[in-house]
Design a protein around this ligand. Structure first.
Ligand SMILES: Nc1ncnc2c1ncn2[C@@H]1O[C@H](COP(=O)(O)OP(=O)(O)OP(=O)(O)O)[C@@H](O)[C@H]1O
Ligand SMILES: [Mg+2]
Length: 388
């Protein structure tokens, strides 16, 4: 059973439609990364789920209950923001205790002066202290409990914010770019911590990021939102290897996927370089379609007998691999390849090269960007073509 379902959520600000019917189901214990370009509505969606904002239409169901009428405080959702939003005047320990105190003590009882006089409340306070200490131990922040946010590093604050969110055992966990304030090393470390924590707590998590490596490395499934709709929700590998839309293919992958325009005839046949592709469903007439191939499936070699030819423009050495930028002779379009340092050593700027595309890794997209299921049916040999 899905723990969290979003059904057809829409939201506009004035005339600006931001969410155009977003639906998503999260299973028990699932970690879903929500990615998309800046301004596409990720934070808006999270705020709506948390109850901090209202959708114009649509349903949010948590554990079988429609929560639209339920105020934020009663949804049992924990949210961690990019800014951590810790109370600056409270110590880490007091910050972590806030959600527990809010739940178990009335406003008057939260004054320490009164509560210390009443045994029942003393008991509750002791309970809260115990829970805070347990949480702190599991996140290895015991030593920080007496410090205020101003006396902690970004990474430490982030852990305190996580502890505060986890301490009341929420039924859904929402995180909005919680790592974006950390430096690169700390981010990678914190990724691992969040994944561990998630695994232990088993709480379904919706995690917003615009860092694609974060999304691909952390999530069970990745949701790609572009232009107010979810274009695809699938495992990291499926999103990467089998994108449903050209925008998904472009959004994930570094450097970006190569996209080239070409013609598809009325029978659904596409010829590109030495490759012949057959689309599963032909469009009605001859159409311009797009060929997509990721840089790691492009090979540039220093021979001049290829059918698809290019000229090397520059190389970027990244240590274990080299990014080679070239320009296709015929189309004048840029093409990017990933090469090993040994392969790249044979290439230099200005050099004419032949371009080979892995026939099993070439994808076809319709003019509006939807993926067209297709397979490569023939690979002409260079010789044949030269004679033909
Ligand atoms: N309260 C508001 N009033 C008017 N427009 C808003 C409001 N909140 C957000 N927007 C607009 O809605 C769009 C989506 O904003 P949102 O913050 O959800 O984007 P995002 O995907 O989280 O972007 P980022 O990756 O930059 O954080 C933006 O164009 C933003 O300007
Ligand atoms: Mg945002």
């Amino acid at each position: 059973m899905s723990i969290l379902s979003l059904r057809n959520i829409t939201k506009s600000f004035g005339d600006n439609a931001i969410l155009k019917g977003v639906s998503l189901e999260a299973e028990e214990g699932e970690f879903i990364a929500l990615v998309g370009p800046s301004g596409c509505g990720k934070s808006t969606l999270l705020r709506i789920v948390a109850g901090l904002d209202h959708a114009d239409s649509g349903e949010i169901v948590i554990g079988g209950r429609e929560v639209s009428p339920v105020v934020a405080a009663d949804r049992n959702i924990a949210m961690v923001f990019q800014s951590y939003a810790l109370y600056p005047h409270l110590t880490a320990g007091q910050n972590i205790a806030v959600p527990l105190a809010m739940r178990r003590l009335t406003a008057a009882q939260r004054f320490p002066f009164i509560s210390n006089l009443l045994p029942a409340q003393r008991q509750i306070r002791a309970d809260i202290q115990r829970q805070v200490r347990e949480m702190a131990t599991s996140l290895k922040i015991d030593h920080l409990l007496d410090r205020k946010p101003g006396q902690m590093s970004g990474g430490q604050r982030q852990r305190v914010a996580l502890a505060r969110a986890m301490v009341r055992h929420p039924s859904v966990f929402l995180m909005d770019e919680p790592l974006s304030n950390l430096d690169a090393n700390l981010r990678v470390h914190a990724r691992g911590e969040i994944v561990d924590l998630h695994r232990r707590a088993g709480v379904p998590t919706l995690y917003v990021t615009h860092d694609q490596s974060e999304a691909l490395s952390m999530a069970d499934r990745v949701a790609v939102m572009i232009g107010g709709t979810l274009l695809q929700l699938a495992s990291p590998q499926e999103i990467y290897d089998d994108p449903a839309h050209i925008e998904v293919a472009r959004f994930l992958g570094q450097p970006r996927i190569n996209v080239m325009e070409t013609r598809m005839d009325a029978a659904g046949t596409v010829r590109f370089g030495v490759l012949t592709l057959a689309a599963q469903h032909a469009l009605r007439s001859e159409t311009l379609v797009m060929i997509g191939v990721r840089p790691e499936f492009v090979r540039l070699s220093a021979r001049v007998d290829g059918i698809l030819r290019a000229r090397v423009e520059r190389t970027e050495f990244l240590g274990s691999e080299v990014i080679v930028h070239a320009r296709l002779d015929a189309l004048g379009e840029a093409i990017v390849a990933k090469a090993t340092p040994a392969e790249a050593a044979k290439l230099s700027p200005g050099m004419p090269v032949s371009v080979d595309l892995d026939p099993d890794r070439v994808m076809l997209f319709a003019p509006r960007g939807e993926r067209l299921p297709a397979r490569t049916v023939a690979v002409a040999s260079t010789l044949e073509k030269a004679h033909g």
